[in-house]
Ligand binder design. Structure first.
Ligand SMILES: Nc1ncnc2c1ncn2[C@@H]1O[C@H](COP(=O)(O)OP(=O)(O)OP(=O)(O)O)[C@@H](O)[C@H]1O
Ligand SMILES: [Mg+2]
Length: 267
């Protein structure tokens, strides 16, 4: 499954809350690891849902992302291997990270902290997924500056497109100011309800606008996906036969196919 020597970084971003950013980060990471890639998840949301969803006790960590931002630890000290999943690693977070946006406010190149932090790791991982908080603040700007591309989890509901245009403006801003090669890798439709007319309507509009950027694979609403975080397990460890597990595995395959197509196109 190898397609490139040094790691590619993806920001999982959408400033709208509860749209499936963390669920997609954790379970796409798990799928990619099972497909043979060495994957690192960066939990850049002070809520710490990706950390706890991957089995980290966020109250009992010696080092975490906040320490890396404040130079109290380097990333290597904070990164942990995820139990029971070979190939999958996490740089966990802590609620302290909530203060970092204010602490960094007057720092020089404050948008580049995460990018600088990740630079020495790029040769050690094939894929790095950054779980962003539900805002367009400094943590998300850092993720967009550090990333090669963005993956947008999108729930098909009222106002989904409005939120998306705000996100696209921010992406343009970061692209113009800090990261000229940034692009949207893909849009994942999450919590997809085939029986709901609104879902179809919003999906159609998103596809009209973003065309092939929308992944063919959609993630249905699946109760097993909402249960697995409380067990600290990705879906493939919790219930590998569930529709949630199969959907994220299909997304992983489609994701890799797209990367391969692009790397052949650039060859
Ligand atoms: N496909 C799904 N089926 C069922 N429940 C889901 C699915 N995807 C996500 N959920 C549930 O919806 C809630 C929100 O999902 P998640 O935490 O992934 O969103 P988020 O965008 O990361 O939220 P936040 O903006 O707060 O970080 C969670 O309780 C999660 O378990
Ligand atoms: Mg989240």
């Amino acid at each position: 499954m190898r397609y490139k020597k040094s790691g590619k970084v993806f920001a999982m971003a959408n400033q709208k809350g509860g749209v499936g950013k963390t669920t997609t980060t954790v379970n796409l990471a798990s799928a990619l690891a099972l497909l043979g890639l060495k994957v690192l998840v960066i939990d850049s949301d002070p809520q710490g849902n990706a950390s706890s969803g991957l089995g980290i006790n966020t109250q009992q960590m010696e080092h975490h992302l906040y320490h890396c931002f404040t130079n109290e630890a380097d990333a290597g000290q904070a990164i942990r291997q995820v139990d029971k999943v070979g190939n999958l690693f996490i740089l966990p977070t802590h609620v302290d990270l909530i203060g970092i946006e204010v602490e960094l406010m007057s720092a020089v190149k404050r948008e580049r902290f995460l990018s600088d932090l990740l630079a020495p790791l790029l040769d050690s991982y094939e894929i790095i997924l950054i779980d962003c908080p539900p805002s367009l603040g400094l943590l998300t700007i850092n993720a967009l500056t550090a990333a090669d591309a963005i993956i947008i989890p999108l729930q098909c509901e009222y106002y989904a497109l409005e939120g998306l245009s705000q996100l696209v403006r921010t992406i343009r801003l970061v692209k113009n100011s800090y990261n000229h090669n940034l692009f949207i890798e893909g849009i994942v439709l999450t919590m997809y309800d085939r029986r709901n007319r609104l879902t179809h309507q919003v999906a159609k509009e998103v596809k009209q606008h973003f065309k092939t950027q929308v992944y063919d694979t959609v993630i249905p609403r699946n109760v097993r996906l909402s249960e697995c975080p409380s067990h600290g397990l990705p879906i493939h460890q919790y219930d590998k036969h569930s529709t949630g597990a199969l959907s994220y595995m299909n997304l992983g395959k489609e994701f890799i196919e797209r990367l391969k197509e692009r790397s052949h196109g650039n060859a």
